[in-house]
Design a binder for this molecule. Sequence first.
Ligand SMILES: Cc1ncc(COP(=O)(O)O)c(C=O)c1O
Length: 457
Amino acid sequence: MAGPPIHELHYAQEPSVDEVPGPNSQRLLEKQSNVDSSAVAYPNNIPLAFEEGKGATLKDADGNVFLDFFAGIGVYNVGHANPYVNEGVHEQIDKLTHTVDFPTEPRLDLIEKLDDIAPGSLSGNSRVVFGGPTGSDAVEASIKLAKYNTGGNGLLAFRNSYHGATSGAMSITSNKKFKKPYAPLLADVVHAPFPYPFQEGRDPEASVEHALDEVQAIIEQPYGGLADPAGIFVEPIQGEGGVVTPPEGFLQGLRDIADDNDLPLVFDEIQVGMGRTGEWWGSQHYDVTPDVMTMAKALGGNGQPLSATLYKEELDSWGPGDHAGTYRGHVPAMVGGLRAIEYIESHDLLDHATAVGEQIRSRLRDAAEDDPGLGEVRGKGLFVGAEFVDEAGDPDKDRVEAIQQYCYEHGVLVWTAGQYSNVVRLLPPLVLTERQAEVGTEVIADAIAATADDAHA
Ligand SMILES: Cc1ncc(COP(=O)(O)O)c(C=O)c1O
């Protein structure tokens, strides 16, 4: 057994919160506002300064203990300070941390392990390139790889998507406000609709058909708009867009269109990969294998920055140095990633995430029964979205903010998502216990009840 069982990882099974923010958090937040960048964002919604973490629990600078239902936005899949992961990382830090792309045991072990757990026909037939440390870097690599192999330059991406903050990744991202100050970005990018039955008001089948018709038209019709396509870029389940799980048939349809047109199909697994959804990769819920996939976030094991792009061997056409960077993988982060995968395997955390995720969704669906404002509860594994609408059926951002605030005051940290910020997004560590899930979801259900009257008065 790799490391201790999950119930030994946490400070507690329940939160214990005095007043928030406490005096130490207030002091640090004030200091931050004087010295840090004006781009700092997270503490605006959750005004706290953190001191330490264990498993699915976080302690702030005043000793308050929170249940962490956002896990550094999908980074701490094996929990904070996982002892099995930390042990290996500590040892590696004392030995060697940076080797550009010279071989080390951890590098090669991680590459082999990623090949082992790669989806479908990628397993046994993959290569991995490590670039810069963040997810956006992996997306940049995937764009370059697609262009390099096809000789094309047009990129097909999707509405409601998020792929990162660097220029190429921003180009395929759909958030207009986020990109506007920097436009023009990459020249030839077209965004097709992503099937989103709840917001479109269509049934799932019609939603898929509409999206695929658009993709096909953009790529295949003489006046489709994308002159020289290089690839199709998609999140198998959209994260920032609001935990949007596409209906059956969509990813397979993209696979077919990509094959018909000899284009690489690129899945961005940065948020949903590494076991988050109860499978190693989001694509496995749909049994569709991409040609290229990006990964980051939980890949570094204990929050160390590491990203990678895994692709089928036939696309391995770069010459030495054709994709480069000083940081081509941080060795302690590689140990972290390897140990995180071993911990997940050894403790059956994929099955656990499936069961506990269903437990959370089922409680939230109960809450939705007599609450017309809770329009839809969705997701897979420990990736949960709850979308709120007002009486007119329009997105209800204010209510989601109020729910987040209530949860924060009662010791549960949740995050938001969606193009209208009207989705409560839960992505707790996979080591969340059933008891923690129950306690945390009860707080969220209380928050939903406490905000219902205001919303539908
Ligand atoms: C699907 C997806 N792709 C790419 C990124 C960018 O990753 P990073 O913020 O590490 O650059 C994110 C970040 O949230 C993401 O969710």
